[in-house]
Structure formats: C-alpha cells, structure tokens
Design a protein around this ligand. Structure first.
Ligand code: C5P
Length: 212
C-alpha cells in the first residue's frame, strides 16, 4: 500500500504522515528532506542554486538517504542542518531543475522499493508524479494565515517573516514548470485549518483503510 500526502508547508503534512505511517505500521518517507539535503550539498559546495548544470552534477554525486528517520548526506547526519534558514531560502530554486527532480524521484522510488514497497510518502508531487498509481492520495491544505502561524509557533519566529517566506515558497513551488505543486486529480483534499491533529490523522487512516 502506498499512501501519498501532498500539500504546501504548514498544513501538518509531516506530523500527520509520520503518525499515519506509525499507526499503519508502514515506513514514512519525507521527500522534501531529499530536496533539502541536495540544497545543503549545493550551498556547502559554494555553488549557485540557480545554476542547473552545476546543481545537477552535485546532486548526481551526492549520496542522499533517509536512515531510521534521519537524513544523511554522504553518510553525515544533516537532519538539523537541512531545516535552517539558508536551505529554506534556496530549496525551491534547487527543486525547480527538471534533472534534479528526475534524479531524486528515482531515488525516492528506489527507497520505497527497498523498504518493502509500501509506505506513507509525503511531498509536493507524490500523487501526481512519483507514485501516480497509488491507491490512496491525500492533499492537505490550510488557510495561509493558519499555516504561517503554525510555522511561526513551531520555529519561534516572527509571524510576518514566516508569512512572507511561505508566500514566496508557495509561489515558486506552484509556478515552476517541472512537477509543480498541485492537487493530484484523484486526491482527497483535506483542509486542516480548523481541525485537530488527531482528527486529521484519524481521517487519513480511515480513508487509507477503506481505500480512499
Ligand atoms: O516539505 P518541505 O517543506 O521540507 O519541502 C521543501 C521544499 O522541497 C519545497 O518547498 C519544494 O520546493 C521542494 N519539494 C519538492 N517536491 C517534493 C518535496 C519537496 O519540490 N516532493
């Protein structure tokens, strides 16, 4: 069984998909972390995230993996480093390059295959591109102001700064040519704005267990 969970940040995507995976006894794959680790590799190499050819060759060489819930870049634990501001600012540029996406999508599919073939997979293009035939597709959404206030609370940051950063990332993720963030055509859309975390998890599990 593959459960895809797409949507923008601040919708509870990570927390919900982790909890769903745990409850269903499935592995959980965070594909955003792959794009984040690729971005960290580019920044550490001192290269421009906009330069498609250079970025692609860095990603080709980089060993990016999720191991026991931690993210590894060439064997190093980068779980915390990929959540810092420089990566937040540049990840949309890195993930906009079609070749980078091709490489990382291939690795994401391989990760699921080598972890038993069933998983809860979260991201932006999972139901549309990575696993288009998945039987259960969820798209989590929430009103922009709710998403920003969740993010600001999580990261102890100023609301206006978070709201502006989210707007910028939403714009880049939805307007890019290669696999933009969109609602997969057969996905169930869940607006989490007024929902408790537990209720979102229960809803996704009930959709998953009755085949959406
Ligand atoms: O989910 P997260 O906020 O960690 O994702 C970081 C960024 O990675 C997104 O803003 C998007 O640019 C990119 N991403 C993507 N495709 C995915 C997952 C993430 O392009 N499947």
């Amino acid at each position: 069984m593959i459960v895809t969970v797409d949507g923008p940040s601040g919708t509870g995507k990570s927390t919900v998909s982790r909890a769903v995976a745990q409850q269903l006894g499935l592995p959980h794959l965070d594909t955003g972390a792959f794009y984040r680790a690729a971005t960290l590799a580019v920044l550490e190499a001192g290269e421009s995230p906009e330069d498609a050819n250079t970025v692609t060759s860095i990603v080709e060489e980089a060993d990016i993996d999720q191991v026991d819930g931690t993210i590894r870049l060439n064997g190093r634990d980068v779980t915390d480093a990929i959540r810092q501001d420089p990566v937040n600012r540049h990840v949309s540029a890195v993930s906009s390059h079609p070749e980078v996406r091709r490489l990382l999508v291939e690795r994401q599919r391989r990760w699921v295959a080598t972890h038993g073939g069933s998983a809860v997979v979260e991201g932006r293009d999972i139901g549309s591109v990575v696993f288009p035939t998945a039987p259960i597709k969820i798209y989590l959404d929430a009103r922009p102001e709710i998403r920003a206030s969740r993010r600001a609370a999580e990261r102890d940051m100023h609301l206006d700064d978070v709201a502006e950063a989210l707007r910028r990332r939403d714009h880049l993720d939805t307007s890019r040519a290669a696999s933009p963030l969109l609602v997969p055509k057969d996905a169930v859309v869940v607006d989490t704005s007024e929902m408790k975390f537990r209720d979102v998890v229960d809803l996704v599990i009930s959709l998953a267990t009755r085949g959406a």
